[in-house]
Design a protein around this ligand. Structure first.
Ligand code: 3PY
Ligand code: MG
Length: 258
């Protein structure tokens, strides 16, 4: 097995919290720096970040080179994307807006090789990084890589038990901003509101009932603590641009009046 491979599945199976960074800025240099920070992994946000696919490939390589797992949050719930993200060497792909069992099945088909799914062969970057032969990679990839369905709409919440029972799915990942917007019918974003947390409890229960990893986008210590308290273990801890803003604000505050 190549040095770059990180066994995310085994790491998450320990049940220990896995807190990762969330990158929006397209830079392999920045990805390498962030991979050195004390987070457990790094996720490239290709939905709301500024990262395109040709930016993502060297960013994934830079993160893996630091011995950390690279994760990709896909642009959309589109079957073309998961295979490409895994081909680039990401160890997990998080797909936004999975609203039904049929969409979850399509996601698994796109992310897993037969017999579980129908992922197309051609992951040269991932294959080289794994250090495996093509035959070994074909046999190992479904175990080595993970696929997460985002639960972030009322429709998804209503269907969460069926979504969680999708064969081959590895985890659920709550998008609490979209979910709270949907639950409040557009009234606001409330990542730790009573209604949001109650909905998120339902997601953890569905994940647990199916031996799936329960993940969520966090951001900020209070939010992360609340989600850990609900039983989520795979949590996006901080966004690159937020770290810059908070670091700069803290510095300037400490210098006020000097
Ligand atoms: C959400 O909270 O809706 C997300 O998708 C996280 O970025
Ligand atoms: Mg979202």
């Amino acid at each position: 097995m190549g040095a770059a491979h990180f066994d995310l599945r085994a790491r998450l199976a320990t049940g220990e919290p896995f807190l990762f960074s969330w990158l929006s800025i397209p830079s392999a240099g920045l990805a390498a720096q962030v991979a050195r920070l004390p987070f457990d992994g790094a996720c490239l946000d290709m939905q709301h970040g500024m990262i395109g696919f040709s930016d993502a490939v060297p960013m994934v390589a830079a993160i893996n080179a630091m011995g950390k797992p690279a994760i990709i949050r896909a642009l959309w719930n589109d079957p073309a994307i998961p295979g490409q993200a895994l081909d680039a060497g990401a160890v997990a792909v998080i797909s936004p807006m999975i609203n039904s069992r049929a969409e979850a099945e399509a996601l698994v088909r796109a992310a897993k090789y037969p017999p579980i799914g129908g992922r197309s062969w051609g992951g040269y970057t991932a294959l080289q990084a794994s250090g495996l032969t093509p035959g070994e990679y074909l046999r190992e990839a479904n175990r080595m890589t993970m696929v997460f369905a985002m639960i972030e709409t009322v429709q998804a919440l209503d269907a969460v038990a069926e979504i969680a029972a999708t064969p081959g799915l590895d985890g659920l990942f709550v998008g609490p901003s979209d979910l709270s917007i949907a639950l409040s019918r557009g009234a606001g974003i409330d990542k730790t509101g009573t209604q949001t947390l109650a909905a998120m409890e339902k997601v953890v229960a569905a994940a647990r009932a199916n031996n799936l990893v329960a993940g969520a986008f966090g951001g900020g210590a209070e939010v992360i603590k609340a989600y850990l308290g609900l039983g989520f273990t795979f949590i996006a801890a901080a966004v690159d641009v937020d770290l810059l803003h908070t670091g700069a604000a803290a510095l300037m505050k400490s210098l006020k009046g000097v």
